[in-house]
Design a protein around this ligand. Structure first.
Ligand code: MG
Length: 254
């Protein structure tokens, strides 16, 4: 590509691909395999076109909560760096782990491991007494806990609200933790590991003099810190970000 560099940091799920449940009826292209069998992620026409535009004009850096295995199930080609595990993993263009970032994150996770497991155990105990239908799982990276995630088996709307409030109260006043939720998962992770920190790192590698045009694309409130680092931020019209913005300035959808 010639001309000045454009870097697009792009969240994946519900930004450039979604489940069929979210997309509803229409002409959707399967792009991500499920963990078990068949397809799990699809693109509608708008998602397809947006990604095509970005790929034609920018270095597209997937910036996702997906793990390496879940990312590998996405059947799209990026040719660039990738930020995975909510920022804990950075892949270089060839697909290998960035060694400097990996060592940095390893150090952070080794320090937060015991506390994260402790908080998760308290949450799990609380949920066993209040909402035993919710699952709580710790995801590991290189032997250290990276984040804990709470899910409702039927993805029932609002099912995670009480758990989110409990976790907020549990971590209140501790800048060391981030708690974030979308409509199907609630996540607790050390604040020192984030998409925003990973975006800053990748940007320094690709654009050390800060000359590139940067665009951050994402749908959830937890994407805002990395989107805010970019020159421009782009979000789907019907996203968690837009829903939150609409509480400040109401939007009437037809
Ligand atoms: Mg998303």
């Amino acid at each position: 590509m010639s001309g000045p560099l454009t870097l697009a940091f792009v969240d994946l799920d519900d930004t450039v691909l979604s489940s069929l449940r979210k997309l509803g009826p229409g002409d959707h292209t399967p792009v991500a395999l499920s963990a078990t069998d068949g397809w799990q992620g699809y693109q509608n026409a708008a998602q397809r076109r947006l990604l095509r535009h970005l790929l034609a004009h920018a270095d597209v850096i997937p910036t996702t909560g997906r793990s390496r295995t879940a990312f590998d199930r996405v059947q799209l080609t990026w040719w660039s760096w990738a930020i995975l595990d909510h920022g804990a993993t950075i892949l270089r263009p060839g697909g290998e782990l960035d060694p400097t970032w990996t060592a940095q994150v390893e150090k952070i996770l080794s320090r937060s491991d015991a506390a994260l497991r402790g908080l998760t155990e308290r949450l799990a105990t609380h949920l066993r007494g209040t909402q035993p239908e919710l699952s709580v799982r710790i995801h590991d990276l290189g032997g250290h806990a990276i984040y804990a995630v709470v899910k409702h088996p039927g993805r029932q709307p609002g099912a995670l609200r009480a758990a989110a409030a409990y976790l907020q109260a549990l971590t209140e006043g501790h800048a060391d933790w981030s708690v974030f939720a979308n409509d199907s998962t609630l996540t607790l992770m050390p604040a020192a590991v984030s998409k925003a920190a990973a975006v800053t790192y990748v940007r320094e590698q690709l654009d050390p003099h800060g000359q590139a045009l940067t665009v951050g694309v994402g749908d959830t409130l937890s994407d805002l810190p990395f989107m805010a680092l970019c020159d421009y931020a782009l979000t789907p019209g019907r996203s968690q970000v837009m829903t939150a913005a609409a509480t400040l300035h109401p939007v009437n959808h037809p």
